[in-house]
Design a protein around this ligand. Structure first.
Ligand code: C5P
Length: 222
């Protein structure tokens, strides 16, 4: 097997994807953003005008679509079939609907299966909510990233400004807490720290410090 499986989980806006990308680059591992896959199916559901709670119709849509990643700077490109959705899946309509789609058993079963296939050969950094607990229970490295809500809302505010999204800080805090509440209380593989995951509180750490710490942990296991 070439390289390890590295799982990075945690609540919304904890910096998972930013550090996961840096770490993947450093070790020449593949990076897989599982949240983008849940966002992609949510985008498709909204686009198709399917009701968020119509589980059968949501499953049908998911069975019909391909979700593809392509390398890109500064962000990986995401495609649903032949449509690029890189920016669309980060918009507030998708962000605020995604937890209702990701809670559905058929959606989780299908995407978990696709994620396991992507991770099969090893040499992968995968970030999400249930990667260490459910998708890759045997991952050699499991990280659980947390940060205060205030800090996460501040980071999201900055990210959003660059994308031209102008949601106020208080609304962001509310949305982050709501999404965490929904993701943590759903029945199937809720957001939770795996027993063997290493918890890193990034509230007062820089992105580089977090990436360096995770790189050290990987080096110890490689
Ligand atoms: O990481 P990101 O914020 O892009 O994830 C979007 C949403 O996708 C989460 O709020 C959660 O509902 C869902 N998700 C999940 N399991 C994962 C990754 C994301 O349920 N492994």
């Amino acid at each position: 097997k070439q390289g390890l499986q590295v799982a990075i989980d945690g609540p919304a806006s904890a910096g998972k994807s930013t550090v996961a990308k840096i770490v993947a680059q450093r070790f020449h591992y593949i990076y897989c953003d599982t949240g983008a896959m849940y966002r992609a199916i949510t985008w498709k559901v909204l686009q198709a005008g399917v009701a968020l709670d119509d589980e059968a119709a949501v499953k049908d849509l998911l069975d019909q679509i391909t979700i593809r990643f392509e390398p890109g700077t500064p962000v990986q490109k995401v495609f649903v079939d032949d449509t690029e959705v890189t920016l669309a899946i980060r918009q507030p309509d998708v962000t605020n609907a995604v937890s209702q789609i990701s809670a559905q058993s058929a959606v989780r079963a299908e995407l978990t299966e696709r994620q396991r296939q992507i991770a099969d050969a090893g040499g992968i950094v995968m970030d999400g909510r249930d990667v260490g607990s459910t998708v890759l229970p045997k991952a050699e490295v499991k990280i659980f990233l947390v940060a205060s809500v205030e800090e996460r809302a501040q980071r999201r505010l900055k990210d959003n400004a660059a994308k031209g999204i102008n949601t106020p800080l208080e609304t962001l805090k509310y949305e982050i807490e709501e999404r965490d509440r929904k993701d943590s209380t759903r029945k199937i593989s809720p957001l939770t720290q795996a027993a063997d995951a290493i918890r890193l509180d990034t509230t007062s750490m820089s992105i580089q410090e977090v990436a360096d710490r995770i790189a050290e942990i990987i080096q110890e296991k490689e």
